[in-house]
Design a protein around this ligand. Sequence first.
Ligand code: COA
Length: 248
Amino acid sequence: MSPPSPFYIRPAELRDLPRITAVCLAGLPDDPTFDFLWNHRHEYPDDCYFFWLQSFKADLYNPRKTFLVATEESFPINGCITTVENWSISKAYVRRDGDLARRVAFGKTMGYVKSKYWEQTYPENYHLILLTTHPDYRRRGAATALSKWGIDQGRRAGIAIGVEASPMGFPLYQHLGFVLQEELTVECRSGENTATLPVKVMVYDKGTERLPNGTQIHSEVDTSLCTHAGISTDTNQRKRKKKKKEKG
Ligand SMILES: CC(C)(COP(=O)(O)OP(=O)(O)OC[C@H]1O[C@@H](n2cnc3c(N)ncnc32)[C@H](O)[C@@H]1OP(=O)(O)O)[C@@H](O)C(=O)NCCC(=O)NCCS
């Protein structure tokens, strides 16, 4: 049996957002997807930080997403809040750290993957969207421990578990039991803006084997803490219900 992970794993909280963003901006550039999409991030670092922070904030409050973090220490919430203020600000923000042609090309390939795998072949699924470990903390089991949470959840629900793997993520997911389904290349050819990006679609090979409720497989996460736990099947279930209703 592998030794227990030295990390604490818990659902992300609002106060984690700046650190989550910092970890992602330090770790994600090792995934070529990041440079493919955000190739102007060095020119506009503030845009890059701001829009990632906003996107993580949205994910944190999305009931269909579960945001987990691994930490070195378990720390309680300290301090007494004395004053609170909230402003509503309307301003048009323009994101300058990316490239529209590349985003369109990426969106096209990911649209194909979504339709073929996560809507048609595996309409009920747990889908790992983002995973990164800060470069200073790699190869210590944090990503494995986090990924096992989703694997356990998917297996308990008896539904597929999928990911689009980066070159660095590929050996990790293989190690965890994911199997390669298809290799694709995103191609952007727009004037001088020529770039390609590899995408590997992987599915956990025992993902459809239903496990009895309460079975502890290998997760060290206290799932009762995952208040935002949700799965992408909700959307599909809603779509099916809507279609059924429309059919009458
Ligand atoms: C991929 C990534 C998340 C792995 O994080 P991590 O916390 O270092 O992973 P773990 O320590 O849990 O690795 C577990 C196992 O996965 C495999 N593995 C992980 N990183 C690997 C690498 N760079 N090369 C080869 N195998 C690797 C190994 O089998 C490893 O076990 P070992 O250390 O005992 O050999 C991290 O390298 C990263 O943030 N990369 C950049 C972003 C990225 O590509 N994310 C994946 C997007 S799909």
